[in-house]
Design a protein around this ligand. Structure first.
Ligand SMILES: O=C(CO)[C@@H](O)[C@H](O)COP(=O)(O)O
Length: 217
């Protein structure tokens, strides 16, 4: 069964505490927070102050996905704010190894992220040092996009490398995930599913979280 990480990008910001507690009570394993800088991706979302405010109202595992160009400068503040996992894009820095070291040195789980157009080959040199790999299943920057099926082969490739080397990182998927698209990703080796609009753009988020689990039993 896959672990579920609702993305608050699609939550109701005027009732955010309620929306976070709802998915916590539903047993969601992680809370996914999308940090966007307006440069690496066109959108701008939130920063460390927002993460700190969320930390104060929940004990959930905070999975912070940084869509930020040269994210190194933001890592200490994000760690201080209370993130549990910090994800950095391999496309966003010439110093991905250093960025992951900074996250580990701050005592946090380190995640490397790859865009749909980036081959798995690009992250091979850092796979020994990560706790999680995020395979983007849409191009980052917006919620509500259509799942890109060609990303499934990359999940399988990553899973094969993981098994061959005895690594134990989680493989997370993000973008266009619902009870149908999650199935092939899970079969290919995904262990954590981020879901934004599928979970929050409905009257019944609990049923949607359960549907992701039922689809991957
Ligand atoms: O990273 C991102 C968007 O860049 C995501 O985390 C979105 O929040 C996913 O939204 P859905 O595709 O599930 O609606």
């Amino acid at each position: 069964m896959i672990k579920v990480a609702p993305s608050i990008l699609s939550a109701d910001y005027m009732n955010l505490e309620k929306d976070i507690k709802l998915v916590d009570q539903a047993g969601a394993e992680e809370l996914h927070i999308d940090v966007m800088d307006g440069t690496f991706v066109p959108s701008i979302s939130y920063g460390p102050g927002f993460v700190k405010a969320i930390r104060q109202i929940t004990d959930m595992y905070l999975d912070v996905h940084m869509m930020v160009q040269n994210p190194e400068h933001l890592i200490p503040a994000m760690a201080e704010a209370g993130a549990d996992n910090i994800g950095v894009h391999v496309e966003a820095t010439p110093h991905i190894h250093r960025a992951l070291q900074l996250i580990k040195n701050a005592g946090k789980d380190a995640e490397v992220v790859i865009n749909p157009g980036t081959p798995v080959e690009m992250i091979k040199p850092v796979l020994h040092m990560v706790d999680q790999v995020l395979v983007m299943t849409v191009n980052p920057g917006f919620g509500g996009q259509k799942f890109l099926p060609e990303t499934v082969a990359k999940i399988a490739e990553l899973d094969a490398i993981k098994k061959a080397n005895g690594y134990d990182f989680d493989i997370e998927i993000d973008g266009g995930i619902n009870n149908e698209t999650v199935v092939d990703c899970y079969k290919a080796g995904a262990t954590v599913a981020v879901a934004g609009s599928y979970v929050y753009n409905t009257e019944d988020p609990l049923t949607r979280i359960q549907a992701l689990r039922d689809a991957t039993k």
